[in-house]
Design a protein around this ligand. Structure first.
Ligand SMILES: [Zn+2]
Length: 277
């Protein structure tokens, strides 16, 4: 099974689950959606995805963002995203936490952007969507490889600088600067033919609508990956037989014992799979 198919199916799953949560008026927050998607992806691709969650770290040091890394099959070359997830709310069809007037959320977006920039990561918003009128999806459709389909817009991505500059939080406005998230792993239209996973992700990242317009935004592949990414990309980690407890592993990876906090919820590494060639 390819990552492409799995990302598309997670998008459909997200759309239908959000639909259900609206219908039943039951809670279903971003953290739950993200963790469920990662669990499902890991189950489908146990040897291609490594995930470390910082959920055991005391709450005050726990941030909202994830790091997603996409590497070649050897885990030597890759590109990183710093990701913040936001779900859509109905009936307003807004991402309420993006409200410009909310001090807390404006500091959240600043953290996302500044932390990403300081580490050479692409700051990405991942939106979880389900809207009442599917035509709203077709209007903002930026994927050139697959035709407009509401199910494929259950998970969408946008550059955080663009979201910040937009200053709006309604679906119609935000979807205009977003792409279906499957584009990052599926679509080769923004990179050369036969590109591998990290090349595809970099190409799509650079071609997100606006792409951090008027800033020095970058989305470059690196061959000098951070130690924790290289560690996570090791075969033993993908097989799940890493030694030591999760906390020890986290402290080794991130130097959290030295008081450094990246305000992260976790790190996920996706490796290029032969199924995606
Ligand atoms: Zn696409």
């Amino acid at each position: 099974m390819s990552l492409c198919v799995s990302f598309q199916e997670m998008s459909k799953w997200t759309w239908s689950q959000l639909e259900r949560s609206f219908r039943l008026n039951a809670p279903f927050n971003e953290e739950t959606i993200t963790e469920t998607i990662l669990l499902e992806l890991k189950d489908r691709h146990p040897t291609d995805i490594a995930i470390v969650s910082f959920s055991k770290i005391q709450e005050k040091r726990l941030g909202a963002d994830w790091e997603f890394w996409f590497t070649d099959k050897n885990g030597q070359r890759g590109i990183g995203w710093r990701v913040q997830a936001k779900r859509l709310y109905r009936p307003a069809e807004e991402y309420s936490a993006l409200k410009p007037s909310e001090t807390a959320s404006s500091s959240q977006i600043q953290t996302l952007i500044s932390q990403a920039q300081s580490q050479g990561l692409v700051p990405i918003y991942c939106f979880y969507n389900s809207v009442s009128d599917p035509n709203d999806v077709a209007q903002g459709w930026a994927c050139r490889s697959f035709s407009a389909n509401k199910w494929l817009f259950g998970c969408s991505i946008a550059h955080a600088v663009d979201v910040h500059n937009l200053g709006k939080r309604d679906f119609k406005a935000v979807s205009q600067i977003s792409m279906p998230w499957h584009c990052a792993v599926c679509c080769q239209g923004f990179s050369r033919p036969e590109s591998d996973l990290p090349q595809r992700v970099a190409g799509v990242s650079r071609n997100l609508p606006n792409f951090g317009r008027d800033t020095d935004a970058t989305a470059d592949l690196s061959t000098d990956l951070p130690e924790y990414v290289k560690l996570l990309a090791q075969e033993s980690v993908f097989r799940g037989d890493i030694s030591g407890s999760e906390i020890d592993f986290e402290e080794t990876l991130y130097g959290l014992s030295e008081g450094e906090s990246k305000q992260l919820r976790g790190v996920a590494v996706f490796k290029h799979t032969e199924a995606d060639e």
